[in-house]
Write a protein that binds this ligand. Structure first.
Ligand code: FMN
Length: 456
């Protein structure tokens, strides 16, 4: 039977994507210790998750009123540790769990990112993944030596080149290049190591690359573009896609369209797995889960949302009254996560107010997605409906609070999925590609017949 993938949505910060989560009575507060991440890693491996991945942002969400005081006071993602470093502590206490981190194509160099993730892949024996993002706002630009963030579509054009350079570097060493023949003084075959000499419109990188191939060939490429240009990019490069489908019908349509786009790009759509974001609130019974949900909803305040909207949409919401409409030009000018802006517009409100944004992107959850509340049966039923209905190949599991939400999910939902035969009882391979049902990355396998993809 087709098997579901599970991805844990992790944050190396003081809260989860639910920004008020640090106020939850059961949220652990030792965020700055390895014990915290190692505990989460053990829970996820016990639940046989495919992968845990850290999101990232290169700035504090301090866009609101041009100052960080509300951000720090309300604890809205005011800390953010380096994800790959945290992953290494998790790698040390696990053997199977895939480990992913988010890195931006806008603010790093391809050689650096290629080396970092290929090394992570070697040090985890083939369990690494890179979540490719183009970043979101001007604050990130300012931290990284620029004045303002690159325009939306242009940063995807640059990201296309970035991927060509990274994947090119990852292909620089043949699998059998290294021989370490001490007697004959041959460390590696010179003809099996190539120089990339990449020169694009925006980026260049010479090589030769300095990290050899890994057990799974190279790290898995994750992508989550949500705009038309973002989806085009995802269908070209993404091996694991994160989506935020807000309901089953949207999921079915978008899933089919993205798979078709991958096929049009010359790829096998089965080698692109789509995981949709869900926020489970799991308990032994449905009524206990409902009580938990009610308690979460009390944690959030208006300021949490205004701070996060400002960050995600790259616009200072303090400039507007709560009931003051955005002008057409302001709406057009929102250059952050366009998918979030479009979700608000798609409800039919032409000139939304901040209060409309807050209501429609409610729950304080920054990313779109779908909340599933219930006991084992209710949540497993809903997940199966999405999975068998081809709205996804698996789920990105977003925690309401850490680590408790993962503990509940592993305790209540995972055994039910296993009983139904849709989810593994044991790992059957050791690399992340094995877990995801992806083939080993052979040299050149990422090169597709991609030209231009229409249809979004
Ligand atoms: C599950 C999930 C995780 C994401 N993680 C990040 C992240 O860590 N950093 C980031 O800048 N964007 C992240 N994004 C946002 C996407 O990369 C993308 O910017 C967003 O979906 C909007 O699409 P667009 O860039 O095509 O407008 C995430 C999206 C999803 C659905």
């Amino acid at each position: 039977m087709r098997q579901m993938s599970l991805v844990a949505f992790l944050q190396a910060q003081n809260c989860t994507t639910l920004p008020s989560s640090w106020r939850h009575p059961e949220a652990r507060i030792d965020t700055y210790s390895p014990d915290y991440y190692q505990h989460i890693a053990r829970v996820l491996e016990e639940g046989k998750f495919d992968i845990g991945f850290f999101d990232d942002r290169l700035a504090m969400p301090d866009m609101y009123a041009g100052d960080h005081s509300e951000t720090v006071k309300n604890g809205i993602r005011c800390t953010k540790l380096d994800a790959v470093t945290c992953l290494m502590t998790m790698a040390a206490v696990t053997n199977y769990l895939g480990l992913g981190a988010t890195y931006s194509t806008t603010y790093y160099e391809p050689f650096h990112v290629a080396r970092l993730f290929q090394t992570l892949d070697l040090m985890t024996k083939g369990r690494a993944a890179w979540n490719v993002v183009t970043s979101v706002n001007d604050n990130e630009a300012k931290n990284m030596g620029r004045e303002s963030h690159t325009d939306h579509d242009l940063r995807y054009d640059r990201a296309d080149e970035f991927l060509e350079a990274v994947l090119g570097h990852w292909d620089s060493w043949d699998d059998d290049a290294i021989v370490v023949d001490k007697a004959n003084n041959l460390y590696a075959h010179p003809d099996k190591v190539r120089r990339l000499d990449y020169k694009g419109k925006y980026l260049s990188s010479r090589g030769p690359f300095t990290v050899p191939r890994t057990p799974q060939g190279h790290p898995v490429v994750i992508q989550a573009g949500g705009s038309p240009r973002g989806k085009q990019f995802a269908s070209r490069w993404g091996e694991l896609i994160f989506a935020g489908y807000r309901n089953l019908e949207v999921g079915k349509t978008e899933y089919a369209s993205l798979k078709a786009a991958a096929a049009a790009a010359g790829r096998d759509p089965e080698h692109m797995k789509i995981a949709s974001l869900m926020y489970p609130i799991a308990a032994e019974t449905k009524s206990e889960a409902e009580d938990k949900r009610a308690a979460y909803e009390l944690l959030s305040n208006d300021m949490d949302q205004l701070l996060l909207l400002s960050e995600a949409l790259n616009f200072d919401f303090a400039q507007k009254g709560l009931d003051e409409e955005f002008t057409d030009d302001e709406i057009e000018g929102l250059q952050g996560m366009q998918a979030m802006r479009d979700r608000v517009i798609s409800t039919g409100i032409k000139n939304p107010t901040p209060r409309d944004f807050m209501r429609i992107t409610r729950r304080g959850l920054l990313s779109d997605g779908h909340t599933m509340v219930g006991g084992p049966k209710e949540i497993a039923d809903e997940m199966e409906e999405w999975f068998h209905g081809r709205a996804c190949d698996g789920f990105v599991v977003g925690p309401t609070h850490q680590p408790g939400a993962f503990e509940d999910f592993v305790k209540y939902v995972v055994p039910e999925l296993q009983k139904r035969g849709v989810y593994r009882k044991e790992y059957t391979g050791s690399t992340l590609r094995d877990h995801l049902g992806l083939e080993r990355a052979e040299i050149g396998s990422w090169k597709t017949t991609f030209d231009s993809i229409e249809g979004f």
